[in-house]
Structure formats: C-alpha cells, structure tokens
Write a protein that binds this ligand. Structure first.
Ligand code: ATP
Length: 135
C-alpha cells in the first residue's frame, strides 16, 4: 500500500496531489530519496526533476526549485513553477532557451543584461527539455 502523501504546490495552484511509495527530489545538497517513515525535514530545492513512484510506475515532474517539508509521511513541495512531464511545452522551452542564449551572447557588450537571470532561464529551459525527452 502506498504510504506517502505527495503535494506539489505553486502560486498558480496544486500541480500534484498523489499517493506514492517513493519520492525523489532535487535537494540543494543532492538528490534526496524519501520513503515512508522518513524523519522530519525542511530543505531547499534546486531546479530539476522530481519523481514519484506508485505501484512500480514512475511519474516525472519539473520543479523550478523551492522548498520541501517532510513530516509524518507527507511530502509537501512549494515551488515557483512546476509541470508534470506530459505538460511540458517543449517548443516553449526551446524558445526560452534561444532567448536566454541570445542574451548571454550579448552580455559581454551590453551591461544592461542580467546574466544571472539569463543563466537561470537557460537552466530551467534545458531541464524542461531533458525531462520532457526522458533523458
Ligand atoms: P518562459 O520564458 O517560457 O515563461 P520561464 O522558465 O521563465 O519560461 P517560469 O517562470 O518557470 O517560466 O514559469 C512561468 C509559468 O509558465 C509557470 O506556470 C510554468 O509552469 C509555465 N511554464 C513555463 N515554461 C513552460 C513550459 N515549457 N511548458 C509548460 N509550462 C511552462
């Protein structure tokens, strides 16, 4: 029987509400594997792939970073943005990647460009494409 309750919430509302046997999350200090009975934890997350397993079936989710709270077999994720793999718009991610690359190419000669912001956008776009393609 599945024993974890997973919730992924964004400012636009819940993205995942599911039971799971196992949840893998991109912790700031490395990938975290959560099984039933995990000790209470509050941790920051990096942009990356969250996945959960139920009845031997994995579901992949992109998360943009955020926070995870684990307590009494509940895994609560608060993220700025998150999408289930099948909801990732690959063409949109490609456009975001192209825009970010163009900004970074111009950065050396244009000091108005926010390099950190462009790098973060590039990372989100490449992670979305990676997750969508299953690699
Ligand atoms: P973009 O420049 O395309 O908006 P972004 O990385 O800046 O990309 P975010 O700020 O992470 O976008 O997300 C804004 C909203 O758009 C969120 O609700 C997020 O789930 C959604 N979103 C962004 N990119 C995609 C995508 N490729 N597929 C599906 N939803 C997306």
């Amino acid at each position: 029987m599945a024993a974890l309750q997973l919730e992924v919430v964004t400012p636009n509302g819940p993205v995942v509400q599911a039971e799971a046997d196992y949840v893998g999350i991109p912790g700031e200090l490395g990938q975290l594997g959560i099984m039933p009975g995990h000790s209470p934890l509050l941790t920051a997350l990096t942009p990356g792939r969250l996945y959960f397993r139920k009845n031997d079936q994995n579901t992949d989710v992109f998360i943009s970073g955020g926070f995870a709270e684990i307590s009494e077999n509940r895994v609560s994720i608060l993220a700025e943005s998150a999408e289930l793999k099948e909801h990732i718009d690959v063409a949109r991610a490609q456009r975001a990647m192209d825009r970010a690359r163009q900004r970074l190419e111009k950065a050396a000669s244009d000091e108005t460009i926010d390099v950190l912001r462009a790098e973060a956008a590039l990372l989100r776009a490449s992670l979305r494409m990676k997750i969508a393609s299953g690699s």
